[in-house]
Design a protein around this ligand. Structure first.
Ligand code: NAD
Length: 309
């Protein structure tokens, strides 16, 4: 077996080092507040990782636990506190549209997760900067961004091509089309030039910028294709199905593919996938946390620049 297993720890190491150096050399202390209003084990684990990585890089992290019924008021308090530079909420809280409402209660200038409507809209529309002068990059939701960084690290992005087109020619299957990860990820990858098969429980859509990348932003078309049609074509397979029973059928994976799992469950059979994949990334959580902190430093700079102006 010649499969290379790449761990999130290794992928995130250079980002953590970069953050540590920026924070130390500039002698800054950005503060992130995380709100935990549920006892979901995945959220608790995510909060623990956030605390650990922040301690390592020099970010001040405060976990505020509260009941979900007072969460909105607590977010507003943090929005108004000039000593808080970034805010995040461990979802799901209500598990329905109320969570979407809460994502927009977080002030856009402090939204380290990039879940505010403005950032989500800009991402879908391939608007990469917040200002006309193109000095302030938009915040990108941290799990999809983390997955982009994983793909850059393992060499799926082609650095010879211009920025914005570096996935031209790549075919990627993303198994998950949630609003938090799968759909934004499919859009980001298609905006960067890939042809993406976005798979959910009901079917498959294709996200792309057309032949020769003639479109400025991706478009979506419905397909009647099945997983058995798209997996053998895919250079990269990314999966995030939240079920311990779900396994991507290894026999359909193309020889030499890149396989990435972001579900908390192992969506690939570890032994089988190593017989087919060139590169296997079993989890990405640590990269997500590094992106969260990277977004925080960016927002810290935007806030302090606008205070100084
Ligand atoms: P979700 O329940 O909102 O979405 C699940 C998606 O998977 C849906 O699009 C659904 O249609 C699809 N799906 C379910 N069963 C399927 C099947 N049999 N075939 C094809 N598609 C199927 O969940 P979510 O919030 O997107 O989270 C998914 C997983 O990713 C969870 O395990 C979560 O903990 C994990 N997650 C990880 C990170 C990270 O940084 N590592 C971040 C967010 C979520």
């Amino acid at each position: 077996m010649s499969c290379k297993v790449v761990l999130a720890q290794s992928i995130s190491a250079s980002y953590r080092e970069e953050l540590k150096n920026i924070i130390k050399s500039r002698n800054i202390r950005p503060k992130l507040v995380g709100f935990l209003a549920n006892d979901d084990p995945a959220a608790v684990m995510y909060a623990e990782w956030t605390a650990k990585t922040c301690a390592e890089t020099g970010v001040e992290f405060e976990l505020r636990k509260c009941s979900r019924n007072v969460l909105e008021e607590k977010i507003i308090e943090a929005n108004q506190d000039v000593n808080v530079h970034g805010i995040m909420v461990y979802y799901p809280v209500f598990g329905d549209r109320q969570d979407q409402y809460l994502q927009n209660v977080v002030d856009v200038s402090k939204d380290v997760e990039g879940l505010h409507h403005k950032y989500v809209y800009n991402m879908y529309h391939n608007i990469r900067f917040l200002d006309e002068a193109k000095t302030k990059k938009c915040i990108i939701p941290c799990t999809p961004l983390g997955l982009v960084k994983v793909m850059e690290y393992v060499g799926v992005y082609n650095g010879i091509l211009p920025y914005g087109n570096r996935l031209h020619g790549r075919i990627v299957t993303v198994i998950n089309r949630s609003e938090i990860v799968g759909r934004p990820l499919a859009a980001l990858l298609a905006n960067d030039g890939a042809k993406v098969y976005s798979v959910d429980i009901n079917g498959i859509q294709e996200f792309h910028r057309g032949v020769g990348l003639q479109l400025k932003k991706h478009e979506v078309s419905e397909t009647t294709l099945k997983l058995e049609d798209v997996l053998p074509l895919s250079d990269v397979v990314i999966t995030g199905v939240p079920s311990p029973a779900y396994k991507v059928p290894s026999h359909l994976i193309r020889d030499g593919a890149v396989c990435i799992n972001f579900s908390t469950f192992k969506n690939f059979d570890g032994d089988e996938i190593k017989k087919k994949a060139a590169i296997y990334v079993p989890s990405v959580g640590k990269v997500t946390v590094a992106m969260l902190e990277r977004n925080l430093v960016r927002l810290y700079d935007y806030q302090t620049q606008s205070q100084a102006a």
